[in-house]
Ligand binder design. Sequence first.
Ligand code: UDP
Length: 254
Amino acid sequence: MNRRRRIYEGKAKILYEGPEPGTLVQHFKDDATAFNNQKHEVVDGKGVLNNRISEYIFNQLNTLGIPTHFIRRLNMREQLIHEVEIIPLEVVVRNVAAGSLCKRLGVEEGTQLPRSIIEFYYKNDELGDPLVSEEHITAFGWATPAELDDMMALAIRINDFLSGLFLGVGIRLVDFKIEMGRHIDGDMMRVILADEISPDSCRLWDSQTNDKMDKDRFRQNLGGMVEAYREVARRLGIRIDTDRPAATGPVLVK
Ligand code: UDP
C-alpha cells in the first residue's frame, strides 16, 4: 500500500523518505509499548491523536523561534519533517517527582521538585536506555559540550512553554521526554527538537483531580488511554475530524 521507501521503523512511528531531499515523512502508528517493549498493544486511534497533539505543540514552538524538525502535517497520521541526525540521547525534564526518579531516589510520587531537573538517558534498547551523566556524553562523543549546552537551553525553553500551555488548560506537566537532532541548514549545523511531544512522552495530571492523562494509563493498566489523550486534545482546542458522528457513506481508510 505504501510505495515510499521506509527509512526506519520504531515502536510507535515509522519514518519514510520525504518528497524532497532533506525531508522525511513521520507516520504515527497505534502501537503502544512500555517497559522496553515487554508490554505491547494496538490502541485504536492513538496515532491520530498523537499526530495532532504533536503538530499543535511543534507549530507553537516553531512560532516562538524554538527550532524543531516539524514542517507541516500531511494527513491524519503523517507529518512532513526535516531530516536530522538524531543525537542518541533521551532528554527528560522533570517538574514533579514520578516514575523512575521515585524508584531511583525514594522520593514520593507527586512531590514538587525544588527546581526543574534535566536528565539524559543513552538511547540503547539492549541496555534499557541507562541514565548517563554529562561526563559520559562528552567522553563517549554522543554530543559535544557545545551541543549539550544547546540541548539544555532548548529543554528549559520547551519546559517553560509546555508548563504554561498545560497549566492554562488545567493540566500539570509532571515530566516529559524529548529527542533532538543535528540539522544541516546551509553551511550551518544546529541542534533542533525532533521526534514528538504527546501524551506518550509526557506525564500529564489533571490539576484538580491528579488523574493521569498520559501513557501511565497504559503502563499501569488503568484503562481509558485514548479517552485521556482525546481529553488532552480537546482542552488544547484541537479538533479531531474523527470526532464527527460515524459516517454513513464511504468509510475512511486508515
Ligand atoms: N519517557 C518516554 N520514553 C521512554 C522513557 C521515558 O517518553 O523511553 C518519558 C515518560 O513518559 C515520562 C518521562 O519520560 O514522561 C520520564 O520517564 P521516567 O524516567 O520516569 O521513566 P518511566 O517511569 O516511564 O520508565
